[in-house]
Design a protein around this ligand. Sequence first.
Ligand code: HEC
Ligand code: HEC
Ligand code: HEC
Ligand code: HEC
Ligand code: HEC
Ligand code: HEC
Length: 497
Amino acid sequence: MKRRLPDVFYNTTSLIGMTIFGISFCMIVFLFILDSFSRTGSPYLGLITFIALPGVMLFGLFVALVGLYRAVRRKRRGEEAKRLPTIDFNESKQRFAFLMFLFGGLGLMLVSGFGSYQAYEYTESVKFCGETCHNVMKPEYVAYQHSPHAKVKCAECHIGAGTDWYVRSKISGSYQVYSTLFNKYSRPIETPVANLRPARETCEHCHWPDHFYSQKLKDRKYFLSDPENTEAQISMLMKIGGVQQGASEGIHAHMYIENEISYVSTDRQRQIIPYVESKDKNGKVTVYRSTELKATDEDLKKGERRIVDCIDCHNRPSHQYRPPEVTLNQALARNLIDRSIPEIKMTAKDALEKPYKTEAEAIATIRADILKYYQDNYKDQFATLQPKLVTAIAQVQEIYRTNYFPEMKVSWKGYPSNLDHVHSLGCFRCHDDKHVSPEGKVLTKNCQTCHTILSQVPPGGKRETNVEGLAFKHPVDIGDAWQTGLCMDCHGPQKDE
Ligand code: HEC
Ligand code: HEC
Ligand code: HEC
Ligand code: HEC
Ligand code: HEC
Ligand code: HEC
C-alpha cells in the first residue's frame, strides 16, 4: 500500500486512535441525520450525539496524538520507528486475534453507547428532575404527580423532540444548576416560563384539538361556608369543539384554528391584557381595546406580544395549585371529609389559608386549630365529633401538602390558572364585555358563550333542568354583583394577600 503520510503516523497506537475517531465521527453523522428526520424523535438522542460520542471521538484523537508523539521521540533517538505489525491471515492464531479485536472493539462501542444513553435517560427522567437535582422544584413535582399528566415525562412538555431545543434547555439548565448551588433562585419560581417551547410542538404530539367535537360535561358539587355545609350543584357542558368539516364548533376553534389571536399584556404574568387582535382566515384584522385598562401606545410597545396558543388557556396542565374552595368541595363531595361536621368547610378553609412559614408548622397548626375550634364551640358534641374530625384533619393536611409550598412561597395565589374565571381572571382577561373594537364588536362575557348549564340545584333547593340551558343562579344572594363585577373580586385572592 502506498503511504500518503509521513512514516511516524504509521504506528499501532495512532492507528487505533484514528479508528476510534473515525467510527465515532460516522456514528455522530448517522445519528444526527436520524434525529433531524424523526418528528417524534427521542429527546435523549442528543446526549449520545452531542456529548457521549464527541467524548469518544476526542479520546480517539488523543490516543492518536500520543502515538504520534511517541513515534517522533523514538525517531529522534535514532531508533528506527517500529513498522506496522504484519497480519498473516493464513495463520489461525493471528486470524483469531484479529477477529477478537474487531468484534471486541465493536461490542465495547455498543456497550459504552448504551451505557451513556442510560445515564442520560436518567438525568432527564422525572425522578431526577423532580427529586434528585431540582429539590427546588418540589412544588412543581408534587403538583405534577397529582395531575392528569402524571405519566407524561417533564421533558416531553419542557423540551420536546429534536436537537435544537435540547441544546437550549441544557444551556438554561446549566444556569439553573448554578442558581440552585448558589441559592440564587427566586422564590417562588417565576411563572410563566420565559421561553417555553411553543405549545404546538409539545402538546400537539399527543392532542389534536382541531378534531375535538361534542362537548365536555362538568358536574360540580359545592358546599357553602354555613353551619350545615349546605350543598349546591351545577352541571354544565363545556363547548370544547374545534373545527369539524370546516364548521367551527367552539372554544378550540377560536384560538388559532379559525382565527389567529394575538394580544399584548403589560404585566409579567400576562394577566393584564389591554389589547387583543384577531385575524380571520381571509386576513381581516379586528382590534379589541379595553375601555377600562387605559394603555398608551407606548405601554403597548413595552408590553409582551404573544400569539394565543395552548398555554394561554392551559397554563397549569401539570402543576395545579388549587384554591381551597375547589379542593374542599371535592373532598366534601367524595365524603373524604364528613359533611355532617358542622362548619367544617369554613374551619378547614381558614386553617388552610393562614400564612405559614414551613410545611411542618402548617401541618401541626391545622390540626391544633381545627381541634381547638370544635373544643371551644361544640363542647357538648366534641366526643362524637372527634373521630370524624381526625379523618377530616388528615384530609385537610393532605390538601395542604399537595397545594401549598410555603418554603418556596407557592400556592394558588401566585400561580393563577387561565382555564378559569372564578378564582382567577382566566378567560375574563379578554372576555369581560369591556374589550371593544372600533366597529362595536365586544368580547362577550355572556354566560352561554363557553358553556351551557344543563341543571342546577340551588343550596337547599330543588333541581332545575333544561337541556337548552339555564340562566345561572348564584348560590348565595349577592344581588347582581356577579353580573356587574368579576367573580374573582370575591372568589380570587384578596387584595392584601
Ligand atoms: C403536560 C405538560 C407538562 C409536564 C409533563 C411538566 N410540565 Fe412543567 N410546566 C408546564 C407548563 C405549561 C408550565 C407553565 C408555562 C407557562 O405558564 O409559561 C410549566 C411550568 C413549570 C415550571 C415553572 C413554574 C410554574 O409552575 O409555572 C417548572 C419549574 C416546571 N414546570 C417543572 C416541571 C417538572 C420538574 C416536571 C416533571 C416532574 C414538569 N414540569 C412536567 C407543562 C408541563
Ligand atoms: C406525551 C403525551 C402528552 C403530552 C405531550 C401532553 N399531554 Fe395532555 N394528556 C395526555 C394524556 C394521556 C391525557 C389523559 C389523562 C387522563 O385522562 O387521565 C391528557 C390530558 C390532558 C387534558 C385533560 C385534563 C383533564 O383534566 O381531563 C388537557 C387539558 C391536556 N392534556 C392538555 C395538555 C397541554 C396543554 C399540553 C402541552 C403543555 C399537553 N396536554 C401535553 C397526554 C399528553
Ligand atoms: C381559548 C382557550 C383555550 C386554548 C387556546 C386551548 N384550549 Fe384546550 N380547552 C379549553 C377549555 C375551556 C377546555 C375545557 C375545560 C376543561 O376541560 O377543564 C379545554 C379542554 C381541552 C382538553 C380536554 C378535552 C377533553 O375532551 O377532555 C384538551 C386535551 C385540550 N383542551 C388541549 C388543548 C391543546 C393541545 C391546545 C393547544 C393546541 C388547547 N387545548 C388550546 C380552552 C382552550
Ligand atoms: C387573549 C384574549 C382572549 C382570551 C384570554 C380568551 N379569548 Fe376567547 N376570544 C378572543 C377573541 C379575540 C375572540 C373573538 C374572535 C373573533 O374576532 O371572532 C374570542 C372568541 C371566543 C369564543 C367564540 C365566541 C363566539 O361568539 O362565537 C369562545 C367560545 C371563546 N372565545 C372561549 C374562550 C375561553 C373558554 C377562554 C378561557 C379559557 C377564552 N376564550 C379566553 C380572545 C380571547
Ligand atoms: C369565555 C368563556 C366563558 C364565559 C363567557 C363564561 N364562562 Fe364560566 N367557565 C368558563 C371556563 C373555561 C370555566 C372552567 C371550567 C373548569 O373549571 O374546568 C368556567 C367555569 C364556570 C363555573 C364553574 C366554576 C367552578 O369552580 O366550578 C361556573 C359556575 C361558571 N363558569 C359560571 C359562569 C357565569 C355565571 C358566566 C357569565 C357571567 C360565565 N361562567 C361565563 C368559561 C366561560
Ligand atoms: C360580591 C361577591 C361575589 C361575586 C362577585 C361572586 N360571588 Fe360567588 N359567592 C360569593 C359568596 C359570599 C359565596 C358563598 C361562599 C361560601 O359560602 O363559602 C359564593 C359562592 C359561590 C359558589 C358556591 C361555593 C363554592 O364553593 O364555590 C359558586 C359556584 C359561585 N359563588 C360562583 C360564582 C361565579 C361563577 C361568579 C361570577 C359569575 C361569582 N360567584 C361571583 C360571593 C361572590
